[in-house]
Design a protein around this ligand. Structure first.
Ligand code: CTP
Ligand code: C5P
Length: 353
């Protein structure tokens, strides 16, 4: 809370190259230490000098950080070694970083200046998620011999079909929240351990106000990226309260194939919850937007972005119900980024460097 009526301004800096919920969680903890969070982002040139070229451009990195709900301001061009001058220029009281040691190419602790001036605080790094882990999963995706994952998914798919059949033979029964289990084929990779505590910390805990126009979108939101961000910003502008439905891992796999999704359901939940345009997330939303779902959340408008809409079982339009009710809208995010593009970028980046 403000000291002498003045906001406590907290400085965070970094590369923020493949923004994930670990970054978001450090910014959340930083926000709790003050009133305003100011994030300094290194330029492409600065990162190239110290650890080789980033995968994402500075424009993309800035956009991703600006989209995180605990961030108040973003400054491009932060020095690799945090200086007292940069803190003063931005009226920041102190600097916050995760409890991992970061060094320059010359082996200098990037926080030595702020540490010796007592203007440094540490927060806990989020275990089980890092750019390295995510890149590892993407590289595994390209290996043909890595097929255990698909087999796991086939079992899930069969289970799903069985459930669908049961629902068809028991028309009164609910299919909301079905197969809500997250199943990831990335068994060799580090996995984040989700807890209700983390979900509570990421969620804003606000219900819609009476009369709010409620917008619903659904998807995979795998490797949450700038395309998702632009889409969600536009979707949020169609109403007052945005609900994002996340498909379960077996459902995403049934329309994306291969070893998708790269991030499991729980990881995708946190990435989407960290986005400032999102008010609520449905954990394991049914693929088809049903009458029941629309009624349950009192949804006024349903939308989908610029990517193609996959039909369920190759023939059922998941938006048939909202279309019939004339509450469906297509949105052009104006952004061409996709999860597959990120994977391609990572792979060509790895081949180059
Ligand atoms: N961070 C964190 N938990 C993680 C990853 C990053 O708390 N799992 C924090 C870092 O400690 C730092 C901030 O996020 O305070 C931004 O740092 P950046 O240089 O972008 O992140 P990296 O440490 O390079 O993270 P990664 O290896 O995942 O890219
Ligand atoms: O592909 P995925 O299910 O993650 O997409 C979630 C939503 O974001 C979809 O409505 C999709 O059309 C939209 N999107 C977009 N522009 C992009 C990427 C996704 O509008 N570049």
């Amino acid at each position: 809370s403000p000291i002498n009526g003045k906001d406590v301004r907290v400085w965070c800096d970094g590369c923020y190259d493949m923004v994930h919920f670990g970054h978001a969680n450090s910014l959340r903890q930083a926000k709790a230490l003050g009133d305003k969070v100011i994030v300094g982002i290194h330029t492409d040139a600065e990162i190239t000098k110290h650890k080789g070229p980033p995968v994402f451009t500075e424009e993309e990195r800035v956009k991703m950080v600006k989209g995180i709900k605990w961030v108040d301001e973003v400054v491009l061009g932060a020095p690799y070694v945090t200086t007292l001058e940069v803190l003063d220029q931005n009226n920041c009281d102190f600097c916050v970083h995760g409890d991992d040691i970061t060094m320059t190419a010359e082996g200098v602790d990037t926080y030595h200046l702020v540490k010796s001036a007592n203007r440094y605080k540490e927060v806990r790094r989020t275990a089980g998620v890092s750019t390295t882990d995510l890149v590892g999963r993407m590289l595994l995706l390209t290996r043909n011999h890595f097929r255990q994952g698909s087999a796991e998914y086939d079992i899930e798919k069969e289970a799903k079909m069985l459930k669908l059949l049961q629902i068809k033979s028991h028309p009164g029964s609910s299919n909301m929240g079905q197969d809500s289990a997250a199943k990831s084929p990335w068994t060799g990779c580090s996995q984040f351990l989700p807890t209700t505590q983390k979900i509570i910390q990421f969620s804003d805990g606000k219900s819609p106000n009476a009369g709010d126009k409620i917008v619903y979108v659904a998807g995979a939101f795998d490797l949450f990226h700038v395309g998702h961000l632009d889409f969600l910003e536009k979707a949020s502008k169609l109403g007052d309260y945005l609900i994002v439905g996340l498909h379960t891992d077996p459902v995403v796999n049934s329309y994306k194939g291969s070893n998708y999704p790269i991030m499991n359901l729980h990881e995708r939940v946190l990435s989407v919850l960290a986005c400032k345009f999102v008010n609520e997330v449905v954990i394991g939303a049914p693929y088809c937007v049903t009458e029941e779902l629309l009624e349950h959340f009192k949804i006024d408008v349903v939308c989908h972005g610029r990517t193609p809409i996959a039909m369920e079982d190759g023939k059922i339009d998941p938006y048939a119900v909202p279309k019939t009710k004339a509450i469906f809208e297509l949105i052009d995010s104006g952004n061409e980024m996709t999860t597959e593009r990120i994977v391609e970028r990572i792979i060509s980046h790895r081949l180059e460097y």
